[in-house]
Write a protein that binds this ligand. Sequence first.
Ligand code: G3H
Length: 255
Amino acid sequence: MRQNFVAGNWKMNLTLPEAQALTTELVQALGHTPAGQATPQVVICPPFPLLLGVHQLLGEAHNPALGAQNFHQKESGAYTGEVSAKQLQSVGVEYVILGHSERREHFREDDALLAQKLDAALKAGLKPIFCVGESLATREADETFDFIGQQLANGVFHLGKEDFSQVVIAYEPIWAIGTGKTASSAQAQEVHAFIRQQVASAYDQATADDTTILYGGSCNAQNARELFSQPDVDGGLIGGASLKAADFVAIIQSF
Ligand SMILES: O=C[C@H](O)COP(=O)(O)O
């Protein structure tokens, strides 16, 4: 279902008391949305050890909903240090980020592994937020569209239409992540439109029109409104600015 959507990726930040203080502020702020103003779907993605403590502060409305930043594709077993989809669900997780460039780069997660993780997430009933995005070198070589087309073809488009309808796509140009260098709204729109067109080719136009596509990369309270006003930008996957309640709430209110 296509919807206005903002996810906060806390990455490897915050202790439990800090995470609970941030969550309490967010829940209070979102609870005071003026009548008549539609609230976007909000997802917060804390590190594993904080998930349960954060979930205990979330309401029944699933908004904010809880997301994880990763999981292991096997259901259980001798995988020291890993976490399964079932374990995530048992502490209230509904969404999982997959394909983030930091996992691709630092943990060597390639398209083949990500395709397996995507299948495992859907099988377990977790909703994936699947990230794609090019490096600066790829952009400068004028290969952005080819590169993102390949990431989608190799990682996502093996899914049947029904499974694909559970997936949120996030476009995150690597050169914009944590750098303070945001894609311009025109650059973001151009790639989002391309992604939607790729979905239409892989499935059909109705599926493409129904896909939620987020922008991520130095999105903040100052630039979110401009980015979210683009016709194919349905919201954001927010890193640094999701760690401060006031900034994150301002982004949520930027539609
Ligand atoms: O997952 C979030 C992105 O990597 C964006 O991070 P950032 O907002 O700190 O640039």
